[in-house]
Design a protein. Structure first.
Length: 263
């Protein structure tokens, strides 16, 4: 799938930390957790963060998990582990990554409510990709210039984020907001072109047009994003991009043999 990084969740530890540590050594992508420590050594078990450079943009990625994801210290998934306070570790990670990255991303396993709280009290993260609660956010909220994303659980959807950066300023807006204003503005212009409008109606519509144009002007030059969802249903089997990826994967491992259909 071309992953760069994965954040650890509590269910990833179902077979124990040693099993996941072994998996992380064999994976060709980074398994991250910034606040999971070994209970004895007090040292991080997994890589705390990752810096990826794309087209000159340095992206700093870190991951947090909430202790509330577990059922308590007796939870077998907690064996040999210590979970540091995610809010405190988050502040430390932001401080460290601000000198190393142009854009900071959090892979969160805190739950949606905690993602919102994190964005409110910890400025500096531009994007939060959340998990655990499976809150399907069709319209990603922006809090303190931090956009929060999350999809439904159980692999129901794949989500794609398109990010357009115009400047190094922290401001970020949903491109849907701009498109909605542009659509409304065009509707107003169509109204004004009607020959049946009275003068008083034209005055009101012109005021609405001026207000809409002012709001659009405020969005000019701001970084923007668009997120789309792809349902992972039976039809996805024949998706041309997915079929191409599967065939490329199979060509690397011919010993797997032919498959009757994509899995």
């Amino acid at each position: 799938m071309g992953y760069d990084a994965v954040g650890v969740g509590e269910d990833d530890l179902t077979l124990g930390k040693e099993f996941l540590m072994e998996i992380s050594k064999r994976a060709n992508f980074a398994i991250l957790s910034s606040n999971l420590l070994d209970a004895e050594t007090k040292k991080p078990i997994f890589q705390p963060y990752l810096i990826k450079e794309r087209n000159g943009l340095r992206v700093g990625i870190f991951s947090l998990i909430s202790p509330e994801c577990f059922s308590g210290q007796n939870d077998p998934r907690m064996k040999g582990l210590r979970v540091q306070n995610p809010m405190e570790v988050g502040r430390e990670m932001i401080k460290e990554l601000q000198t190393k990255a142009d854009l900071i991303v959090l892979l969160s396993h805190l739950g949606y409510a905690k993602d919102v709280e994190f964005a409110q009290v910890n400025p500096g993260v531009r994007l939060i990709f959340g998990g655990h609660t499976g809150t399907h956010l069709l319209y990603a909220p922006v809090i303190n210039n931090t956009a929060i994303f999350q999809t439904a659980s159980r692999g129901m959807y794949a989500a794609k984020l398109s990010l357009t950066l115009y400047s190094s300023e922290p401001s970020i807006v949903n491109s849907w907001q701009r498109r909605s204003l542009e659509s409304s503005l065009q509707s107003i212009k169509n109204k004004l072109s009607s020959p049946n409008l009275s003068e008083s109606e034209k005055v009101q519509w012109r005021k609405a047009q001026e207000e809409m144009e002012r709001n659009l002007k405020k969005l000019q030059g701001k970084n923007e994003f668009a997120n789309t969802f792809l349902p992972l249903n039976e039809k996805i089997r024949s998706h041309p991009e997915l079929v191409k990826m599967i065939e490329a994967f199979k060509s690397r491992f011919p010993e797997m043999g032919p498959s009757s259909s994509p899995k």
